[in-house]
Design a protein around this ligand. Structure first.
Ligand SMILES: Cc1cc2nc3c(=O)[nH]c(=O)nc-3n(C[C@H](O)[C@H](O)[C@H](O)COP(=O)(O)OP(=O)(O)OC[C@H]3O[C@@H](n4cnc5c(N)ncnc54)[C@H](O)[C@@H]3O)c2cc1C
Length: 474
């Protein structure tokens, strides 16, 4: 560790996963000596939080992370957490979609917004004959010749038709981004589908090529040794254990809880003065890993156009209702990972995750825990609805969908207002403009879920890159 008096003083502001990953990267690179991690709350982890109650492991926000973006797995390996990684139960990888108040299996091979197999699509009761025909015509629809960004709704309706959008794609994408599909940017979220359209002329055609490549890669991997993971993994002791492992690697005294940064100033010597209540402290570099609207307020006095651009990134909120039941109370067989609910169903909920089916260790023997998502851009008021109103509303809907009898043996609500940045059409250009202005302010870096991806692996990567840039520009 570099403890020399000349080592730069670096403040990381915000100890969500992005800020923790930034701080940890600095330690890995031997610069823990000058590090101070400032967190407004009295705990680390930001939105990430696991609680253990009544025998249930309850993930209060994120409950797993994707493995096709490598940064989550990679960090777990470096932290010695690989042994604790758990794959989704292969028996329960199917997703249900609610259609006219009942759960139906998503057609086999339908991946987020593209069918890889036509027969399951032809046989699904979720689409009308016309809806199926229109989705099947995707193969023949010419690709767009425009390079401009496009909303998710416009892209999917153009390729697959209105019904496939309303009934299949909208609920799947809503469950991930909690966003308004008429405004969500394809380029900033699922750009690989735009690339498929450009390269192959059709999503169906592109998916066929991709599936063949995946099968080859799988065969190759099977002949090699080494762990392979399901598309999503979690940690046996909960997502919180990633936060705890990162915290345990930080130098003693470097973490300050209950320390909100209230103002930032640029001193005449180019260093950064951070106000922490009544005191101010000076740093050579600052990594702002707060939500972007906090960064907007802090940076507006330093660079008003930067503050204005950061403030343009809107956020939606969600709440997660966790419900535990005896298995005997649940009439539905729940042979899947969860169910998503299309907006056209006019349901109060966005999705249900069959949390202890995906990862059985989360519930005691004979019991099940469900996580119900509400709110998002579809019903923003629900993110902050008082529990006494929210719980009966959610419980009524879940009882109806899953044929549940009696009262839950466990219930809790986690509210997450203003936590999901909305990547609206033009988001990539906006972030490029923000980063160009930040580059004009030496010693300042931004990290967090507002910029290059909301998932845990992307936030880790953003934090680590910010740390590397901060150390490179010495
Ligand atoms: C309900 C929900 C479910 C999700 N599910 C998944 C999932 O299953 N898989 C997945 O990969 N991702 C999921 N995500 C997304 C992912 O969890 C988040 O995008 C990510 O954890 C955000 O990390 P962050 O560090 O950018 O921000 P945050 O976690 O918001 O951290 C920011 C930190 O900054 C602090 N702060 C704010 N202002 C100040 C200040 N002035 N001074 C000091 N500190 C300050 C805050 O207190 C906070 O600790 C989910 C998110 C939510 C909300």
């Amino acid at each position: 560790m570099d403890l020399s008096p000349s080592s730069p003083r670096i403040a990381v502001v915000g100890a969500g996963i992005a800020g923790l990953a930034a701080a940890h990267r600095m330690v890995e690179l031997g610069h823990g000596g000058g590090l101070v991690l400032l967190e407004r709350a009295s705990r680390l982890g930001g939105v990430l939080s696991t609680v253990h109650e009544h025998g249930f492991q309850v993930e209060q926000s994120a409950d797993n992370f994707i493995t096709t973006v490598p940064y989550g797995l990679d960090l777990c390996r470096r932290l010695g957490l690989s042994e604790g990684l758990i794959q989704t139960d292969p028996r329960y990888r199917q997703t249900y979609v609610v259609h006219r108040g009942r759960l139906h299996k998503l057609p086999d091979g339908f991946l987020m917004m593209a069918p890889t197999r036509m027969w399951p699509l032809a046989l699904t009761p979720i689409l009308s004959p016309w809806g199926k025909l229109r989705a099947g015509l995707e193969y023949f629809i010419p690709p767009s010749t425009s390079d401009a960004d496009e909303s998710m709704a416009s892209f999917v309706r153009r390729r697959l038709g209105r019904e496939a959008f309303d009934r299949l794609v909208e609920p799947l994408v809503s469950a991930v981004y909690a966003a308004d599909m008429e405004r969500l940017s394809v380029d900033a979220t699922l750009s690989r589908f735009r690339d498929m359209e450009r390269e192959h002329g059709s999503l169906v055609r592109a998916m066929r090529v991709e599936m063949a490549a995946r099968r080859r890669a799988k065969q190759q991997a099977e002949t090699q040794s080494g762990a392979r993971y399901s598309m999503f993994v979690t940690l046996r002791d909960g997502i919180q254990s990633l936060v705890d492992a990162l915290a345990s690697r930080l130098p003693a005294g470097s973490v300050r809880l209950d320390s909100p940064v209230t103002h930032i100033r640029r001193a005449s010597d180019g260093r950064w003065s951070l106000e922490l209540g009544a005191r101010a402290e000076t740093f050579d570099r600052v990594i702002l890993a707060t939500p972007s609207y906090v960064a907007a307020e802090l940076l507006a006095p330093v660079d008003p156009p930067l503050g204005e651009r950061l403030a343009r990134i809107e956020h939606s909120g969600t709440a997660i209702v966790s419900l535990g039941f005896d298995r005997g109370q649940i009439g539905h067989p729940m042979r899947g990972a969860g169910a998503v609910v299309p907006g056209v169903e006019k349901s109060p909920i966005l999705a249900i995750s069959f949390s202890s089916h995906k990862y059985p260790h989360r519930a005691p023997e004979g019991k099940a825990i469900l996580r119900v998502f509400v709110g998002g851009a579809r019903a923003p008021e629900m993110a902050e609805m008082p529990d006494e109103r929210l719980l009966p509303l959610v419980l009524g809907e879940v009882r109806r969908l899953l044929r549940i009898t009696g009262e839950p043996v466990y219930a809790s609500v986690a509210h997450w207002p203003r936590t999901m940045p909305q990547y609206h059409v033009g988001h990539k250009r906006l972030v490029a403009q923000i980063e160009a202005r930040v580059a004009e302010l030496p010693g300042l870096e931004l990290a967090g879920n507002a910029y290059h991806g909301v998932g845990i692996p992307d936030c880790i990567h953003g934090g680590e890159q910010a740390a590397e840039r901060a150390l490179a520009n010495q």
